[in-house]
Design a protein around this ligand. Structure first.
Ligand SMILES: Nc1ncnc2c1ncn2[C@@H]1O[C@H](COP(=O)(O)OP(=O)(O)OP(=O)(O)O)[C@@H](O)[C@H]1O
Ligand SMILES: [Mg+2]
Length: 186
């Protein structure tokens, strides 16, 4: 948590290897990001990280099923395993009946549930979520938080959540505050 401009998104971007660091080192599991080559970073992003954005970032021309399937395709998962996993995830986020719908035909809460399923499709070690409830009404936001909590537990995936809403910390084991680019309490 932290005020606008305190560096929360920048931190997530550094942790996901999108933003190069100017100083210091970043280690996530066995990966030393600050010394990784571009191809190592690409592998790290594909295999270890799931990202969830405030504005969903689904591909508009793909159905819910196809959006969720994509990270599996990128790591070369066999078709049968992919299909089974997407169906399990659609069920877990309550969207089996929306499998063939495109993002345009879904509500914000439904889109974010597709984005959550997509983020865990490849069983990453960490989910990075940048204000995942920021575009949702409070009831949909609550449902998203419950899903993030239960799925991260079920699949043993660490969750790093950026939020403006102090109520969202109910699903967190630890709250870290940032200010002016620094962690001020942890
Ligand atoms: N690519 C960039 N180049 C230079 N400065 C940047 C860049 N991206 C962000 N900044 C600056 O870095 C600081 C932190 O921005 P960041 O987007 O990480 O904040 P934030 O905590 O996520 O804010 P918000 O709550 O508004 O999303 C801000 O002062 C911002 O203007
Ligand atoms: Mg931000």
């Amino acid at each position: 948590m932290g005020p606008s401009g305190s560096g929360k998104s920048t931190l997530l971007n550094c942790l996901s290897g999108i933003e190069p660091v100017d100083a210091g080192t970043i280690r996530v599991g066995s990966y030393a990001l600050s010394h990784a080559s571009e191809s190592e970073l690409e592998r790290y992003r594909r295999e270890c990280i799931g990202y969830i954005f405030q504005s969903f970032h689904l591909l508009p021309t793909l159905s819910a099923f196809e959006n969720i399937e994509l990270p599996g395709q990128l790591i070369g998962m066999p078709t049968a395993e992919r299909t089974e996993r997407v169906q399990t995830l659609l069920d877990a986020v309550g969207l089996t009946h929306r499998a063939d719908h495109k993002p345009d035909a879904m509500s914000g809460g439904e889109r974010q549930r597709v984005a959550i399923a997509r983020a865990i499709m490849h069983r990453p070690q960490v989910i990075l979520a940048d204000e995942p409830t920021g575009s949702l009404d409070s009831a949909s936001g609550d449902r998203i938080l419950d899903l993030l909590e239960s799925l991260s537990r079920q699949y043993s995936i660490a969750l790093l959540l950026v939020t403006h809403e102090s109520s969202a910390t109910r699903i967190c084991e630890r709250v870290v505050h940032m200010k002016d680019g620094c962690i001020v309490s942890a």
